[in-house]
Design a protein around this ligand. Sequence first.
Ligand code: ZN
Length: 251
Amino acid sequence: MPEAVRYLILSDIHANLEALEAVLDAAPDGTWDHAVVLGDLVGYGASPNPVIDLVRALNPIAIIRGNHDKAACGIEDGSNFNHVARVAALWTGESLTGENREFLRSLPAGPVTIDEHVEFCHGSPFDEDHYIFDTDDARRALDAGERPLCLFGHTHLPVVFRRIGDTYDGFLPEGSVDTLLSIEPEVRYMVNPGSVGQPRDGDPRAAFAIYDSRGPEVVLRRVHYPVDAAQRRIISAGLPASLANRLAVGR
Ligand code: ZN
């Protein structure tokens, strides 16, 4: 019998300290055993160093780099970003402490595996920067995955895709309530917990997940955070106002 482990799954925090703190209040120490971070710790938000410091203090068992992490620390130049994302990446790069820049540079590309059941990636198991939006994208990812369950991020949209035999499907978590997903044998899953710091599904609440190996099960959760405080920080940093505005509507 393998050891039962509960994982706190955080993705796309995007330098939103207020959202990360609200998630950690809702899922305090002792309610999970290991943290896992699916990339994009920074970019868009105005608290890159405090977010990286807080993430490092969680001592995650796995952290994967995201495309914004790569742009902020200079692994990539951000030339494939839209204007606002590029402005934010430049601002982030100039704001990072030397130590935090080196930390981002040291992060591995996904997928990362920690046991025979689950793997973690930013975009997809076959390409760290690939977006999985629909069942066609998910089909390739489900076939490429090395484990029955793959947790991914990058789109900022909470979603579950499954391969049951030769059939592929997908569904969105229920709006206002936590979604409990039981992991069934013989089924493959791609699960996106959604974004902690910049949700894009029309729900401004921070999104995260708990993966419990005992079920096994995944719980997709949402939590309110002080959006106005995160917005004020973005505006005072001189970052584009659109990055503050979108937090209020979760788009
Ligand atoms: Zn992201």
